[in-house]
Design a binder for this molecule. Structure first.
Ligand code: CP3
Length: 334
């Protein structure tokens, strides 16, 4: 069994492990080279050979314990009929939401269109060393909704004003159904761990957290457990509510965001593996500032099951040499 699973499943404190969100991305010159020749980001995600190659790029360069499949959470709404455009400034833009269109989808068509992703997972798993994990992922329903309803610029979206509560329930159910299908097929293709990204959970008011964040995450976590696959949740931005989330959802692991105090996390998040937390911006600081910040996480979490990672994805400005130093520091000091 590989180290990530030992930490996630057996809660083996003696195992040390490191990988990074967005480890396959624009900070790598070899990624930018492929990207220049492949201007359509969605098409690139659906090119199995290139997706596998990009997934393995950081593994070839660095001493990492896991690969995360090169894809995107927005591929699900794209394939469900809301075309995604990544070309525009100010983040991805989705075609207008139409409930009738969403409802018309068929699982068989979804799987046919998503097949290149599952093929990419198969190719990657074959090429990846057995000691390393392959991570699949999905976006949580709330975070997908934010993009589907074009609300990512909205600081406190008023959910009631957008869809009737009946339609909202149906949309959440439909998303859940397709996310399970996507999880299942990633696992069957060779993904051994699933991470659920709820990047916009922090936009929810306290009273909406249960319905739009905890419950949808719980249903997906239960599905992963049924599939005997460890699951990592990332409800970014919900501050001290991470504790309620943990008790309600009970994932195998929680990815910490950079806003959380690691000491608070250690004291308040129990019976769960912790992952990440370090601010991606610290990699842009001087080397000593970066290593000091990293040392804090290593020290605090040394005696609990912990996977070294960040509090959000690697920034495009990150110097790959710097990342290598961080990984070597972690290997020496953990
Ligand atoms: O290395 C990896 O982490 C695997 C691949 C991966 C990507 N996106 C590739 C990507 C993963 C796991 C994601 C998840 C994702 N995508 C999230 C959740 C995590 C988070 O960042 O909060 C979200 C919200 C998205 C949606 C998305 N995709 C946005 C907002 C953007 C544009 C802004 C940005 O950060 O780049 C993307 C594009 C994207 N997804 C890129 C990559 C490598 C950059 C595309 C490019 O080359 O221009």
């Amino acid at each position: 069994m590989n180290v990530l699973r030992k930490i996630l499943v057996d809660k083996d404190v003696s195992c040390k492990s490191v990988w990074f969100m967005r480890q396959a991305g624009r900070y790598l010159p070899e990624f930018r080279e492929i990207r220049l020749k492949n201007r359509d980001f969605i098409k690139l995600c659906l090119n199995s050979e290139l997706s596998a190659e990009i997934t393995l790029q950081p593994i070839k360069r660095f001493d990492l314990d896991a690969a995360i499949i090169f894809s995107d959470i927005l591929l699900v709404p794209h394939i469900l009929g809301q075309n995604v455009d990544f070309k525009t400034e100010g983040g991805p833009k989705l075609k207008n939401f139409r409930f009738e269109k969403l409802k018309d989808n068929k699982p068989k068509d979804f799987l046919n269109k998503m097949k290149p992703v599952y093929d990419a997972i198969k190719i990657t798993r074959e090429k990846l060393d057995n000691t390393k994990s392959l991570i699949g992922f999905v976006g949580a329903p709330w975070t997908l909704l934010i993009y589907m309803l074009n609300l990512s610029k909205d600081k406190s979206p008023r959910i009631e004003s957008l869809l009737s509560s009946e339609t909202m329930d149906d949309v959440l159910d439909i998303l859940h159904e397709y996310l399970c299908l996507h999880i299942k097929n990633q696992i069957n293709a060779g993904a051994e761990i699933i991470q659920i990204f709820d990047s916009w959970a922090g936009l929810l008011s306290e009273s909406d957290l249960v319905k739009f964040c905890y419950e949808p995450n719980l249903k997906l976590v239960e599905y992963c457990k049924k599939m005997r696959t460890p699951v990592i949740c990332f409800p970014k931005g919900i501050k001290e509510k991470y504790s309620d989330f943990n008790k309600f959802v009970k994932p195998d692991a929680l990815n910490l965001d950079y806003d959380l105090d690691p000491r608070w996390c250690k004291d308040n998040l129990k019976n769960v593996t912790l992952q990440g937390g370090l601010h991606p911006k610290t990699l842009l600081e001087t080397e000593s500032i970066m290593l000091e910040a990293a040392a804090k996480y290593v020290k605090i979490f040394q005696d609990i099951p912990y996977i070294f990672n960040l509090g959000h994805g690697l920034l495009p400005e990150t110097d790959p040499v710097r990342l290598d130093k961080l990984i070597k520091f972690y290997r020496q000091h953990s």
